[in-house]
Design a protein around this ligand. Sequence first.
Ligand code: GRF
Length: 208
Amino acid sequence: MLRVGVMVSGGGTNLQAIIDSINNGTITNASIEVVVSNNYNAYALERAKNNGIEAVCVSPKDYEERAMYNDELIKTLDSYNLDLIVLAGCMVVLPKELIEKYKNRIINIHPALIPSFCGKGYYGLHVHEKVLERGVKLTGATVHFVDEGTDTGPIILQKAVEVRYGDTPEILQKRVMEEAEWKIMPQAINLIANGKILIENSFVRILD
Ligand code: GRF
């Protein structure tokens, strides 16, 4: 059984998609051991509690120095013996030490088709604003392993989503979530939980 920790910051709809997928058998061989938020007000924490999952907040605001927060975050995650850390709308810049310690064991969802519309400054609604500004016809979502860069790790799954005339960033964000994010994040976890993923240099091979 893959022991999963989910890191969140906000609403937690991706977390909900993972919980639902475990409950309905779309994800097998995985269990969520803990949900960790950097934000006390994250609704994702309620979603965890409502589903009987441990919900913890480690907030940088509670620590004078970033290093102290980083230590506490790593200590908290370590205490759950996790096989996989899932960043599901997690807005925190992860400590370098955490990324090294959990190499190839942290995955993230980005709401665009990497390497487009990603990197520094591309988060939340900004991504969709930039997509609309540029006028591309296709956007989507990407699940990737996390390395030291911003959105640079090996890509696991991507799904394209149509951009339509008259879209606002909010409308597009919703379509990307419904048609792509909530599908490929659970799929990626299921593949990892069932040993179907091999990382060959920067290429992720999916086994049948
Ligand atoms: C999603 O769009 C995700 O791709 C991005 O932040 C948003 C989080 O939404 N990184 P939620 O908290 O899962 O509802």
